[in-house]
Design a protein around this ligand. Structure first.
Ligand code: SF4
Length: 378
């Protein structure tokens, strides 16, 4: 079987090269060609020995994901729909801002967690993505953007695993993907700029803290177990107090000194002043040595099956004020890419992402986009 080299972190690639009788420094060269230069053809990797290039052609490839569609918003947001086979597609969104470029990637085709406000959850679970399928989203986006912005240096400065799926349910494949993102021979992103977002799988939060601590975002969405049980069914297994304790433990390893709590504002469900006060009490009960979290209040993008509605803006403001008056850093997320259905809750047509990334409308940019053509040949 032909190996997809996007599946490997550097250690994995070194082992692969070792099986071919090649030294680790060859793996480093190969890794850099693939991730830093975006090469997919071995013949283009000019400083690799010709004999190695020939060897690789027989056993390996850099297998990108076919692009089904690409949409560019008037605010500069770009959404790609990738074909992952078997009738499944996943979505990736790039959000340009003044001081950063954020890529939101998917970790699963569908999701099994069944959060009530999430249309991905309503669609059900299809399968976990392989490491290479997650990295292919970053690989494609980074090199596509470099080419079209005519930039030599890195365009994507932040990656958030907040697209389709629960990343920590696909833990074994996510960890090598994170290592590729962080590796200086690949994308060289700092741990602070790579965020894993979870609905709260407590044992995996602890494992992530040990094995690859990156920034952590938790989909909280409710201040009490009674309400969270209804909105995020996983809460029945890992209730709020257990989750908060895991967050506190995570902070001992985290690259940032706070956890981000995502909170989707649902009209009349979890958006009352009383709920905000309960959140303040919750945070104070668990905070050790001061404030250790930030809240992102996320406007809900309604979809018919949910029976839920978006909170009015004045309610969101009043809710935020309670948190901020208590000294908790709180942001209200703005929608990005609404005109291309890339906003939260609109991924993959009717697919819901659980967060909105991006707080400010980016500078208006004119993107000159050539037709996408992905060459899967080596
Ligand atoms: S919010 Fe996240 S964890 Fe919940 S169903 Fe949606 S994708 Fe899955």
């Amino acid at each position: 079987m032909t190996a997809n080299l996007l599946d490997y972190d550097l250690d994995g690639l070194a082992q692969f090269c070792e099986r071919l009788g090649e030294k680790r420094f060859r793996a480093v060269q190969l890794f850099r060609w693939i991730h830093q230069k975006g090469a997919s053809r071995f013949d283009d990797m000019s400083d690799l020995a010709k004999s190695l290039r020939e060897k690789l052609k027989g056993v390996a490839q850099v297998q990108a994901l076919p692009v089904i569609s690409q949409h560019i918003s008037s605010d500069g947001t770009i959404k790609w729909l990738f074909d992952v086979g078997g009738g499944d597609a996943v979505e990736t969104v790039f959000i340009p801002e003044d001081d950063r470029g954020t890529l939101c990637i998917s970790s699963q085709a569908g999701c099994a967690m069944g959060c009530r406000f999430c249309s991905t959850g309503h669609q059900g679970f299809s399968r976990n993505l392989k490491t290479g399928e997650m990295i292919a989203q970053l690989w494609f986006a980074e090199h596509f953007l470099r080419e079209h912005l005519q930039r030599d240096e890195r365009v994507i400065s932040n990656v958030v695993m907040m697209g389709m799926g629960e990343p920590l349910q696909n833990y074994a494949e996510v960890i090598p993907a994170l290592r590729v993102m962080l590796d200086d021979h690949a994308y060289g992103l700092s741990r602070r700029r790579v965020t894993v977002s979870t609905s709260g799988i407590v044992p995996k939060i602890d494992l992530l803290a040990e094995q690859c601590p990156v920034a952590l975002a938790v989909s909280l969405h409710a201040p009490t177990d009674a309400l969270r049980d209804d909105l995020v069914p996983l809460n029945k297994k890992y209730p709020i107090d257990m989750l908060m304790d895991a967050c506190n433990r995570y902070l001992a390893h985290a690259p940032r000194d706070f956890i981000t709590f995502e909170y989707c504002m649902l009209d009349g469900v979890n958006d009352q002043i009383e709920h905000a006060q309960q959140l303040v009490a919750l945070v104070r009960r668990h905070a050790s040595g001061g404030v250790w979290c930030k809240f992102n209040l996320i406007p809900f993008n309604p979809f018919p099956e949910s029976g839920l509605h978006c909170s009015p803006p004045q309610q969101v403001q009043a809710f935020a004020k309670v948190l901020m008056d208590a000294g908790i850093v709180t942001t209200i997320r703005k929608t990005r890419g609404e005109d291309i259905d890339a906003a939260c809750g609109q991924l993959a047509g009717e697919v819901k992402d659980r967060t909105r990334v991006g707080e400010r409308i980016a500078r208006q940019r004119t993107w000159t986009i050539k037709p996408v053509s992905m060459d899967k040949e080596t």
